[in-house]
Design a protein around this ligand. Structure first.
Ligand code: SF4
Ligand code: SF4
Length: 384
């Protein structure tokens, strides 16, 4: 089934509404996606919101793409009341926290303009994973678990832990708020964590995945990287195929993007990135797409389990990148401590401090710091 699907490519140079609408409509047409939509469906749109950022920061899914998808669904006869925008960004999952992010990222304005729902239900539904490797079930946020169709709208960004914040990783935001650090704690090895993300993807099973690759993020993503113009809107029924094509866009091997590697190892998606069928415009690729400093440093990923345990302290001491706090910048807001699964960050005199011996290098703190006061610091040996 995976092999029969394609990834649609549309050149899109900016977020001007008319151009975005044309690209979204073209994706529905060239991938024959209208067949998946029925007017009676409850449809949930899952953007990547992450934190309070403005649309032009390239950290979050741009609101114009959400608006164009909603307009297309309405044109197919889906009532606005059946459409919900929902995400569980980093941090607390409650009305003040989530609606603050909906406002800053432009989702509130889209919902107001189009009359669709912004999720305000913070309950969860435990949902079984059909083919689990790491996690047998997940507490999905209610509008995702109860939807007839989930449309995931991710953003092309690098990710300090997984390499890519694309179609599969976007679904981490279907788990409620502060349960997310628990998953980092349960699966501190990157390979295990990424297998858990594939379990989650198999559980959510988004019917359509769009990727906002107009203004993307390279370097220390998903929140502290730099904006990169890539000028495309991508789409597929398969989040795995979409991520494979994102590997091509970033000129990365499948083995370098750990969610892609996990899906391939499990036989879910066996195509090579060059074999994924493309429709639409020619794909743009970028051989200068900068990866996060942390990604090249999982030296133990190929070492068998028992030996890995023995080698870990040595590698940790001499060869591993670490989060580092710039105390001149830190304002003591506590967002890093709140998101730390190892509970190894303390706030003293309005400054954050990391007890490094307990750090599992998940980089949640780096991801959640609102003012980029946490950097990924390379060991001197790695700079040689
Ligand atoms: S490091 Fe960043 S997130 Fe942590 S307390 Fe300081 S400003 Fe807040
Ligand atoms: S200090 Fe940062 S990188 Fe280390 S465990 Fe805590 S959140 Fe993860």
């Amino acid at each position: 089934m995976e092999n029969q699907m394609a990834v649609g490519v549309c050149r899109l140079e900016n977020y001007q509404m008319e151009a975005v609408q044309e690209a979204v409509d073209r994706q529905f047409a060239q991938l024959s996606l209208d067949r998946l939509i029925k007017p009676t469906m409850r449809i949930t749109l899952k953007p990547n919101l992450l934190m309070k950022r403005k649309p032009e920061d390239a950290t979050t899914t741009h609101p114009s793409i959400m608006q164009a998808i909603i307009r297309h669904l309405k044109a197919l006869g889906v009532p606005a009341g059946n459409i919900t925008i929902a995400d569980s960004p980093g941090g607390l999952y409650n009305h003040p926290a989530v609606f603050g992010i909906y406002a800053s990222t432009g989702m509130q304005a889209v919902a107001d303009a189009e009359g669709v729902n912004l999720n305000d239900d913070y309950s969860t539904i435990e949902t079984a994973c059909p083919n689990p490797v790491r996690a047998h079930s997940f507490p999905l946020i209610q509008p995702v678990a109860a939807a007839d169709l989930v449309i995931s709208v991710c953003k092309l960004k690098t990710h300090c832990m997984t390499g890519l914040s694309g179609g599969v990783k976007n679904l981490f935001g279907t788990l409620p708020g502060l349960t997310k650090p628990d998953y980092h704690w349960r699966y501190p090895e990157k390979a295990d964590f990424c297998n858990m993300l594939v379990d989650l993807c198999e559980t959510v099973r988004p019917g359509i995945t769009f990727c906002d690759a107009v203004e993307s993020m390279e370097g220390d993503g998903p929140s502290s990287g730099t904006k990169k113009h890539t000028g495309m809107l991508l789409c597929s029924e398969s989040p795995y195929l979409l991520d494979l094509v994102l590997c091509r866009v970033m000129c990365k091997e499948e083995s370098e993007i750990l969610t892609v590697k996990a899906a391939r190892d499990r036989g879910i998606c066996t195509l090579k990135k060059e074999e994924v069928p493309l429709v639409g415009d020619p794909l743009r690729t970028f051989d200068d797409f900068k990866q996060p400093r942390s990604v090249t440093t999982d030296f133990l990923s190929k070492v068998p389990g028992p030996l890995r345990t023995v080698c870990r302290p040595i590698v940790d001491r001499f060869l591993t990148t670490r989060p580092s706090i710039n105390h001149k910048m830190c304002v003591g807001c506590g967002k890093c401590a709140e998101s730390c699964p190892a509970h190894t960050i303390r706030i003293e005199n309005h400054k954050a401090y990391i007890d490094r011996k307990n750090c599992i290098r998940c980089y949640c703190c780096h991801e959640m710091c609102p003012i980029h006061a946490i950097t990924v610091k390379q060991n001197r040996l790695l700079k040689l």
